[in-house]
Design a protein. Sequence first.
Lengths: 165, 398
Amino acid sequence: MNVLFHNAVDYRKKPLVFGLGVGLVLLATVGLAFGSLGGQASSVQADALHAQGKLRSIPARAYSLHEIDTAKGILLREYVSPAGRVFAVTWQGAWMPDMRQLLGSYFDQYEQAAQQHQQAHPGRHPLAIQTPGLVLTLDGHPGWFIGKAYIPDLVPQGVHAEELK
Amino acid sequence: MRAPTCLGIAAISAAIALAIGCGGTGSSKTNSPQGTAGNVQPISVSLGPNGNYANGLFTSVTICVPGSSNCQTISDVLVDTGSSGLRLLSSAVSIPLPQQLAADGKPVAECLPFLSGYTWGPVQTADVVLSSEKASSIAVQVLSDTALPVAAGCKDIGLPSQDTVQTLGANGILGVGELDQDCPACSETGSANPGLYYECGSSTCQATTESLSAQVRNPVASFPTDNNGVAIALPSVDGASLSANGSLIFGIGTESNNGLGSAQVYTTDQFGNFTTTYKGNSYPGSFIDSGSNGLFFLDSASTGVPVCGDASGFYCPASTQNLSAQNSGTNGTHGTVNFSIANADSLFSNSVDAAFADLGGPSAGVFDWGVPFFFGRTVFTAITGKSTPAGTGPYWAY
C-alpha cells in the first residue's frame, strides 16, 4: 500500500540546518493515502487521518517532529528529516497502533522479523528487531504498549536513537 | 553457586513466613507451602511444555463447564501479573465450554496483543478453580486461529499468532494483573474503543463493543473472597537454578497468610505503570510483570551494556554488571532496587537451567521488571477498584 520509497540518497551527508523554532503548526488532517515510515513528510497527514487523530507539528533541531493523538488514545510521533523523509516513528498508549499503516512499506519486514524472533527465542519478552534496514523495539503489557522504529540509513547525522521517544 | 538459601524469605511478613518452608534440594528452590492453605496455589519456574522456556512462571488451572462437575486441570499455564484474564490453548481444552454469543447470535472472539505475539480466539464461559477458590461462570479466551476467522485488525498488529504450544510456550496464560475486566475501553462505543472484541460470521469478524460484564475477566476478581489481588512469593535464586518453586497467594490482607507486613505500596497510573529512575534519568511507563522473562530496560546506548551477538534481545556483558535503580509509585513511595545482569549466552549454555536471576535485555525506553525481580521477594498486585488494608487498587507492593 505504500510505494513512496527508496531513492538511494544518503541523507547523512546532507547539511543539517533546521530551525530551532518551537512554533506549533496545526495541519489539516487531509492527507494522501500513503503509509509512513520511510515515506514522504506528507504521509504523516495520512496517518493522522487514518487514526482519526489530532496532529501537531513541532520543528526541532535536525528534524521536525509530528505528534498524533489518536482517537484510541495512542500517541504517535513521526520524525521527518530535513530531506523530507519519515525516518522514525514511535508510539505509546493503552493498545497497539495499526502497524500496517504506521510502518508502511516496512510492515512486511517487521512481520517477518517478529516471527523469527518468536521462533528463535521462546518466552515472553520485549521485541527487539535489529536489521540493517530496520530497527524496532516494542515493550509493554496488555493495556500499555511503547515502541520505536527507525531506518538507520535515513537518520540524520548527529541524531541519536535514544532521543527518539 | 546453586546452594539453596532462605535469606530472601526473612523479608516476608511473619504470617507468610510461617507457612513457608525451604525445601529446595540440589539446585532446585522452594519456598512454597504447596497448597496447604485454601488460598495458596503452587507455582514454579520451569522449562515449560516445550522444555526450553527461560524464567517461565507456571501453574495448573482447573476449569469446569459452568455449574457442573465436568472439569479438567490444565498444567503449564503461565502466571502473568502483566495481563488480566484466563487464556487457554484450544488444543489444551477438552471439555465443552459454552460459546459467548453477541446480541445478534454471532459468536464473540477477542484479539489481545502481547509482545511476542497476539492471542486470538473465541470467548467462552467456564468455572475457574485455583486452590480452593472458584470463579463461577466467567469469560475466558480459547486460543485458536481456526475456530473463527482471524480478524484483519488483529493481523494488522503484525505480530505472530500464539495459538499453539510451540508458539505460546505454555498451555495458556493466567492473567492475574491489576485489571478486573481485561479491556474497560472496549465497553465504549465510538472511536475510543480499541476494538479488541469481535463478532464473527462464517468468513469475517467485525469489531464490536463488549460490555464489562461480558469481558474476559481476571479470575481472582470474581472469587467470593480473597478477591482484591494476589501475592507472588518466590525464593531467591543465586545465578541460575533448575527450577524455583513458590506460591501464588490470593487476597491482600484477607487471611492470616497474605498480610502486607512491611511491604511498601507503589500505586500505578492509568496504564498500570510507575516510574523507574536510573542514573538520574526518570523513565515513566515502567512496570512489574511476572510474564516477562527477564529484566528489560533501556538500550545499549543508554546503559553501556552490550546486547548478545545473535541479536537475541538479551544483554551479554563481558562480566556480570551490578546495577541499581529506584522505583517510584504515583503515591510518592520510592525505593532502591539492586540487580545484576549476566551474559545471557553464558546463562543459556547450560540447557537444564530454567531460573535465571541475572537475565536481562534491552527495552523500548522503560524498565520492565520481569521474573528475576520476583526472586527473593513477595510481590503484591492489587486489582483496580478493590479495597485493601493499604487503600484501593491498583498498586504493587513489595
